[in-house]
Design a protein around this ligand. Structure first.
Ligand code: RB5
Length: 159
């Protein structure tokens, strides 16, 4: 599987552990940075992996910041992305099975190395479930369509 990964300065060390773990399993990992402890803005990194998902450059994405919250919120702003921020493995596989998430996020200040690897394994080994789950995911996409139209109208009104 082709897996994209990105993080802010808080996630550098944990990202290294996760990449090693994935490569040992034979996955191709695309690293979108950051790789130094210099302070960066997590939205830039959430956006990179979100865009790589919607352009089909990667199959799945992993995001790490201090809490996992900011970077997942940013990724979810990319149209078509479903990113879940979790701190245990059950939510990680359900995010893929029920919510068809393409990105999993977690916090380097919240979960430790072994738990992070469990989260990643649960996520990438899970398969999206169909039927009612597909219908509900379609409803999420519908909200995106409806509200982006409203936003377009609002911005047209103020130009
Ligand atoms: C950076 O200090 C921190 O705010 C960031 O990593 C993240 O936790 C934001 O959600």
């Amino acid at each position: 599987m082709k897996i994209g990964i990105a993080n802010d300065h808080a996630g550098v060390a944990l990202k290294k552990e996760v990449v090693e773990h994935l490569e040992m399993q034979g996955h191709e990992v695309i690293n979108f940075g950051t790789d130094t402890l210099d302070s960066v803005n997590y939205p830039d990194y959430g956006k990179k992996v979100g865009q790589a998902i919607v352009s089909n450059e990667i199959d799945l994405g992993i995001l790490i910041c201090g809490t996992g919250l900011g970077i997942s919120i940013a990724a979810n702003k990319v149209k078509g992305v479903r990113a879940a921020c979790v701190s245990e493995a059950t939510s990680a596989h359900l995010a893929r099975e029920h919510n068809h998430c393409q990105i999993i996020a977690f916090g380097a200040r919240i979960v430790a190395g072994e738990l992070a690897k469990d989260i990643v394994d649960s996520f990438i080994n899970a398969k999206p479930m169909e039927g009612r789950h597909t219908q509900r995911v379609a409803l999420i996409g519908q909200i995106e369509e409806e509200t982006s139209f409203e936003l377009d109208s609002v911005s047209c009104g103020i130009e």
